[in-house]
Design a protein around this ligand. Structure first.
Ligand code: NAP
Length: 255
């Protein structure tokens, strides 16, 4: 059985990846901070899909948690999904700088170190994949969040090219860039999303479905949903100042 390691696996997009990969026959390593919820999630998946599901409680913003995750990622991981992430409440200067640094640790340092830990084993076996969950915010202007997600796209693109050559296409890396997805994300960041039009919302299972389809096809930057593919195309054509104005405000009201 292949093994998938998913960070942020207890809620939202990560939980959707866990269910879908279990139903596809993957054994799982699931990571999040809330140990009780994590064990419950693992037990449900073991029961429902008859797969192995290890619970690895860890905080990716802390050295101890990230070190433990790295150690596990070095052993037999065929698919790494770097998904854990969060939004801070408020715009730059409203947010304590320590929270912004925590975001960079989880969105960038953890993605870098877990990829670095998992890929050598994949290269040895001649196959494997890494999905780094970025965001449409990578193409927009959304403070530290957007900047961290832009790093994820750039990092993923760069190593995808290196690894394609070294593994003759056996090891793939893809950045996944969803738009707004109904998960716990916005509530956790106390964002008021009531003004967002219905067509802008994506379903988490559809996002995972599109991601895995794109990964099979060798896509390097996956943008789920026709509306967001169109937006990404349009953003290249309209003036940068307008993109900045719209993207720094859309869906960005805080309770
Ligand atoms: N929802 C959207 O609209 C949207 C759009 C584009 C991109 N994304 C990205 O998609 C990813 C998943 O977000 P989501 O919407 O599914 O959020 P979510 O529903 O809030 O789930 C976040 C998951 O990450 C875990 N997590 C958070 N901080 C962590 C830490 N320091 N260490 C370990 N685990 C941590 C949470 O569990 P614990 O709290 O127990 O740790 C939870 O399992 C994020 O990278 C986000 O930036 C989301």
């Amino acid at each position: 059985m292949p093994t998938a390691f998913i960070t942020g696996a207890t809620a939202g997009i990560g939980a959707a990846f866990a269910r879908r990969l279990a139903s596809d026959g993957f054994d799982l390593v699931l990571l999040a901070r809330d140990a009780e919820r994590l064990e419950r999630t693992a037990a449900e998946l073991r029961e429902k899909y008859a797969v192995r599901a290890e619970a690895l409680p860890a905080d990716l913003s802390a050295e101890e948690g990230l070190g433990a995750a790295e150690e596990r990622a070095r052993r037999d991981v065929d698919l790494l999904v770097n998904n854990a992430g969060f939004g801070n409440r408020g715009v730059f200067l409203d947010v304590p700088v320590s929270d912004e640094v925590t975001m960079l640790r989880v969105h960038c340092e953890a993605v870098l170190r877990l990829t670095h830990a998992a890929v050598p084993g994949m290269l040895e076996r001649g196959r494997g994949a890494v999905v780094n969950v970025s965001s449409m915010a990578a193409f927009a202007t959304r403070g530290t969040y957007g900047a961290s997600k832009a790093w994820v796209v750039s990092f993923s693109r760069g190593i995808a090219a290196d690894l394609r050559q070294r593994s003759r296409g056996g090891v793939r890396v893809m950045a996944l860039c969803p738009g707004f997805v109904r998960t716990e994300f916005h509530e956790r960041a106390q964002m008021d999303m009531s003004g967002l039009p219905e067509f802008m919302w994506l379903d988490k299972d559809d996002v995972v479905d599109a991601a895995l389809r794109d990964l099979r096809r060798g896509v390097e930057v996956s943008i789920p949903g026709a509306q967001y593919k169109a937006l990404a195309g349009a953003a290249r054509l309209v003036p940068r100042g307008l993109v900045t104005r719209l993207s720094s405000t859309t869906g960005r009201r805080y309770d």
